[in-house]
Design a protein around this ligand. Structure first.
Ligand code: NDP
Ligand code: MG
Length: 395
């Protein structure tokens, strides 16, 4: 196999660190060329000393000098600011850009990497949620592959190997249901961020863990699937599967259903994306059917977990609406983590902002930047109002 040069955007996060751990198992097959972080300069410096990339980015300018002092002397270029992410992916020797940034911040660097013809290993689902049409069009024009890292989409991608896309009837995304599976609105109205951060099956960054508890993660994945696999919204179903062993399924025109199974461990989808189309050996733990003798399925409760419906609605409306949904969601998740609003209020704010922001049918990059800003501003105002109301209630 030829050695691949890789840039890891968001190398200090959950996906970023697991990607480095996969790469460490195959030191002759990868050369890390770029690593990036927002704030965690300590880990970024440690990673850079170990993997010796050409360049690193620390987006928070506050930490630039300490990172530069540590790495400049050993020949590593250090850059800062969000714009640097867009520049650094253009380094000509990079083959693959693995995008593990959180939220909207992934959009511009991913688009820049596509325009440079780099293969994309995509973890940052929000990029496709916000601008699926723009991103997939750019990928087509530049003959770029977008390889899914998200476990559900990796599962679907694996099920589709050797199949014709016209043979697909339906995509069935599985969802663990998160820590609040089976809970009612009364419970959720007082649920804390500490409870929401306890995911039963996966260890992930805070934002996606809250999204999993609220089922917004599954909603975002429905939109991600629409663009990755070029299917209609009506062809995408969600089923709750609490064990997280079946990572997703594809139903074909003849009624046959293919599923991909494995232990809940992101290293497998990361490895599959990095080595695609090859499968390589590893010594990760294997699925033992004696331990998982029951795989169960149930319908998601869309009334209690309103975010799933909001995401379907945003996809049906199309245009700028998924960008609005995403921006409002990023604001409410941050507010919920800071205990500024309650769990159920997250959906209320998102629904409100979706009715408020001007609609654009075919947005371009500059429209997305503006819609994101405006939606965030509206969502922040709405969060503030909710805080004022709840503090008055306590008086
Ligand atoms: P983490 O929060 O663990 O890590 C995010 C990484 O991106 C960190 O390196 C962080 O730097 C950096 N970062 C965060 N915000 C910004 C920003 N505004 N600008 C520049 N860099 C930033 O997230 P995860 O690894 O959990 O998730 C990454 C993406 O992958 C998300 O889109 C998520 O939905 C998706 N995903 C994650 C899965 C998982 O198992 N974790 C599974 C499937 C998809 P710093 O450390 O300095 O803050
Ligand atoms: Mg997923």
């Amino acid at each position: 196999m030829i050695k691949k040069n890789i840039a890891i955007l968001g190398s200090t996060g959950s996906i970023g660190t697991q990607t480095l751990s996969v790469i460490s198992e195959y030191p002759d097959l990868f050369q890390v060329q770029v690593l990036t972080a927002a704030n965690n300069y300590v880990l970024l410096i440690e990673q850079a000393r170990k993997y010796k990339p050409l360049a690193v980015v620390i987006t928070n300018e506050k930490y630039y000098s300490v990172v530069n002092e540590a790495l400049h002397a050993i020949g590593i270029q250090v850059y800062t600011g969000a714009e640097a992410l867009v520049e650094v992916v253009k380094i000509s020797s990079i083959d693959v850009v693995l995008t593990a940034l959180v939220g909207f911040s992934g959009l511009e660097p991913t688009l820049a990497a596509i325009k440079e013809g780099k293969t994309i290993a995509l973890a940052n689902k929000e990029t496709l949620v916000v601008a699926g049409a723009l991103i997939t069009r750019a990928a087509k024009e530049n003959n770029v592959k977008i390889l899914p890292v998200d476990s559900e989409h990796s599962a679907i991608f694996q099920c589709l190997v050797g199949e014709q896309s016209s043979a697909v009837e339906k995509i069935i995304l599985t969802a663990s249901g998160g820590p609040f599976l089976g809970k009612d609105r009364a419970f959720l109205s007082t649920a804390s961020s500490k409870q929401a951060l306890k995911h039963p099956n996966w260890q992930m960054g805070d934002k996606i863990t809250i999204d999993s508890a609220s089922l917004m993660n599954k909603g975002l994945e429905v939109i991600e699937a629409r663009w990755l696999f070029n299917v209609d919204v009506r062809q995408i179903d969600v089923v709750i599967h609490p064990q997280s062993i079946i990572h997703s399924m594809v139903q074909f025109k003849d009624g046959s259903v293919k599923a991909q199974l494995g232990l809940p461990d992101m290293k497998l989808p990361i490895q599959y994306a990095l080595f695609y189309p090859n499968r390589v050996e590893n010594n990760h733990p294997r699925l033992d059917f004696d331990h998982f003798s029951q795989l169960t399925f149930e319908k998601p409760d869309r009334e209690v977990f309103a975010n799933l419906d909001l995401a379907y609605k945003a996809l049906e409306v199309g245009g700028s609406m998924p960008c609005v949904l995403n921006a409002a969601n990023e604001v409410v998740v941050a507010a919920f983590l800071k205990q500024e609003i309650g769990f159920l209020e997250m959906s209320d704010v998102i629904a409100e902002i979706m009715t408020k922001t001007n609609f654009i049918k075919e947005p371009g990059l500059s429209d997305f930047l503006e819609i994101d800003q405006v939606s965030r501003m509206y969502a922040e105002e709405s969060v503030k109002r909710k805080r004022t109301i709840s503090s008055t209630n306590f008086k």
